[in-house]
Design a protein around this ligand. Sequence first.
Ligand code: BTN
Length: 265
Amino acid sequence: MIPRYVYEEIDSTNLEALRLAKTGGAIKAPFLVCAKKQTDGRGRSGRTWLSDEGGLFFSLYLSPRFEADKASMLTIVMVMAVAKAIKRYLSEQSLQADASCEFAIKWPNDIILNKKKVVGILTTLQLPEQDEVAGNGYGVVIGVGINTNQTNFAEELADKATSISSEIGISILDEILLKYIEEYFVQEYTTFEKEQTLSFLKEDYEAMLVNAGKQVRVLEPTGEYLAVAKGINDKGHLLVTKESGEYVEVYAGEVSVRGIYGYVD
Ligand code: BTN
């Protein structure tokens, strides 16, 4: 089992993981930081991740042996581990997690249930010139927020976020879900370390990809365009064809993808 640092409340498990990694090698990667509540939860593109009690918030700190430019692919490795873990959890409760494709992935790493977000992932690199890193080379923090048991969401989020328990009608035992996530992630990470591409996960990922074959709005810092999404390549880039017929490989970085009418559709 990966060593865990568990808090009732913390600013952000991602920030705490970065701080722990700087303790001069006393704490070795890999390790997990978990909290019941975050007061400064961080989301993608500088957004806030609301982290009231009732959700599962954790960050995994790794010190990979492969080159740092491959580390962003770990977000896809993690989203598949989380998706498989949720499916397993729900199927053990005899609930059909994937009935009518209601449970899906929105590129690159949101998990949605009934078209609303239940999981977000934020991956951050800690480069050696920025900080002292536990172990050799660089570090990676993969922060995962899962809306497991929250009952209320702020008004501005209510139409695009939900919790698993609100949708499925059962309470989720975070401890068990986290154990399954860890198991799947360790399995997949072992393969990823050897292969260093996402080809081994591509099929499973695309089978859950809500955007596949659909029109999407690609939002870049410099503007937006409409396109049809096909799937992903071995690096996790979204493959789209613009209305002009131009084929583009969209890299997650600062880019978001929406449905043409809303968050998903
Ligand atoms: C997103 O915007 O979709 C990513 C959200 C990531 C939230 C998780 S919660 C645990 C970890 N700690 C943080 O501050 N953020 C991540």
